[in-house]
Design a protein around this ligand. Sequence first.
Ligand code: 9GP
Length: 837
Amino acid sequence: VEASIPEPQRAAWTKHQVGGFKDKDAFESEVVRHVETTLARSLYNCDETAAYSATALAFRDRLILEWNRTQQRQTFSDSKRVYYLSLEFLMGRALDNAMLNVEQKDLAKDGLAELGFRVEDVIQQEHDAALGNGGLGRLAACFLDSLASLNYPAWGYGLRYRYGIFKQEIIDGYQVEVPDYWLDFNPWEFPRHDVTVDIQFYGKVLTETNDKGNAISQWEGGETVKAVAYDVPIPGYATPTTNNLRLWSSKAASGEFDFQKFNSGEYESSVADQQRAETISAVLYPNDNLDRGKELRLKQQYFWVAASLYDIVRRFKKTRRPWREFPDQVAIQLNDTHPTLAIVELQRILIDLEGLEWDEAWNIVVNTFGYTNHTVLPEALEKWSVPLIENLLPRHLQIIYDINLYFLQTVERDFPGDSDLLRDVSIVEESEPKMIRMAYLAIVGSHKVNGVAELHSELIRTTIFKDFVRIFGPDKFTNVTNGITPRRWLHQANPRLSELIASKTGGHGFLKDLTALNKLELYIDDKDFRKEWAEIKYANKVRLAKHIKATTGVTVNPAALFDVQVKRIHEYKRQQMNIFGAIHRYLELKAMSPEQRQKQMRRVSIFGGKAAPGYWMAKQIIHLINSVGAVVNNDKDIGDLLKVVFLEDYNVSKAEMIVPASDISEHISTAGTEASGTSNMKFVLNGGLIIGTCDGANIEITREVSQDNIFLFGHLSEEVDDLRYAHHSGDHVVDPKLVGVFEEIENGRFGNPKDFSDLISAVRDHGDYYLVSDDFSSYVDSHAAVDEAYRDQEGWITKCITSVSRMGFFSSDRCINEYAEGIWNVEPLDTTKDKTA
Ligand code: 9GP
């Protein structure tokens, strides 16, 4: 690495190499330096915010040194890189993660204590980087952690939204959205004003004939916007590897503003271009599992993939390899269909700008891309209208048509005369207006397509993509069951449990090889171990109870069973069934004599999650939960037998507090709708059990922890179609228990019944698409089984320890190794050979 510095200057450069802090003293001196210089604060008025900023800057400096070395190492090794394209990276807070991953939290804790601060308080000052909606974005963040921790040469590419997902406030029981302006102070990013790319939109296509008589198309854009790179270092755990997440920000190409307009007094319009350009990366679309087809979203997608591909191609060209070697150097993974235009953009670069023949270019494209599907929900499968694409990206539309033409020609060759098949698999849907089916384009343009849990991968093979399995053969379709990083979701979120596990499994090795958790089963009868296990859970519940009190005013008993459902609010996730279940429990308690009542188990029903701002039903669900809470929590007959709380503004840092405090968590989607789910894994890893349906990764969790340690209920995915059909053929009878719940809501027990009438009629009058009534009775029974199991505290602890010990499979490290081997064909880089590391 050093050899890259010219001989005459090498000595000076290497003599002054910065090392980062190595001990507590050096750390403190870095913090004080940042307080006094970077932050321009005096030592005498340093508050917690300033202490956070200075600590973050000290760690950032450290990370960037490793980042530099990592980039050099990866470049010099000339190895294949992975590029993970995701429109969402739900990173959460960075400081705690950085301290833990570089294994210097204890040092920072002691140093901060000497300077007069508690490390926990300092960490709390950080604003979440909430550049994502839910599972999809958090998965991308876990993957970055694993890629770095396993030393894979990898970059993430995303958008630097000025506003992340909105902040949720609950006012009078309703969700209110408030903008999340998170960039006020963000020490974790490095603006790269030298790394900019001009991105074109609109315009027209000029076609000329070259010397060989071939048509050559060139796109002349009508508008240009600048993409500016911002780099975020991603430290691996206990390794020098620090990878890069590059986020693009949009800027007007023509500089700050239009001087001519400004000089002629048109002050407002002089900045209009700038504002229009900056709008592209301004907001994250707050829809989870829902496609809205807005032009700005398409602009975001193209802006981001075009900038990223320009960057990737520029890096490849520096190697001076022939184009055919591109897929040997570059693997690009499409996180859902959002980056699918990258397929078209690379084909355009190769044929229009680099002059390759179509077939040669297409071969390179297909071997470069892999596509991950994350949903089978029809409303989430992206389609773009042809007129919209034609206007915004005229050359890309032509290329999409050509891709489709050549694809359909092969289908016609292999399945002659099957016009239904041609229509069904066409990338262009013959609707009015015509639509481009992005998932189909992603399949045709990738060499591998994967689902995210076994059931989900099976469903895509046999339902939405079944025709493509016929066409391409089964090998193109594969499964990589999702996972989570144990660094954030155990070590960081639940430090005491992590230490306890370390003390029994021979150190922190389990954080690198999660299967080492199986050693815990040896201690299943160890009294001290079990006692400490229970104490940790209780302490985590006490912490959450304090938060509940502080934020909702409701007092909950930490000895009660904490029953948690935190995730995006969606009808398919069935929070409505959960709150109907809570109402049912309440009505049953009310009907009991005081003596009978006192024999019942205590429960706290905890909800959290955001509803997309335009999603009416989801907002009604939130309102119902809060309205039920207002009644139940103030009912003297009930006391602490039942509490219902809704936690405002669920996000990653709140999850880190909520997940370790759960006894039972709810993953109760209609079978066949939740592709995987990943919070199910987080809860079990933290010693909580699951009540759930046979859906997504619940099925594999059951296989690992065994049927005895999970509460499964409800219909199976293969039964869903028949049930839905039956609902519409007139024999839909609502479950009697649910009828009782509906009656109470309609009697006004929880406020104005009109507010909740749509929730009821969806089940009773409109076909109950999500099978709430069909599953209700087994759901209630399953909760009774939970109560009984919890009564036996020793038995419960055994279940929890057993489950944790069997969770090794669900590390995102396992997933990343599967992607690397089965899809990307990349190897980790040996960091031990690097002297500077
Ligand atoms: O809904 C799925 C969720 O089940 C899965 O765990 C997550 C990560 O694979 O992706 C979600 N899908 C989307 O957000 C949109 O496709």
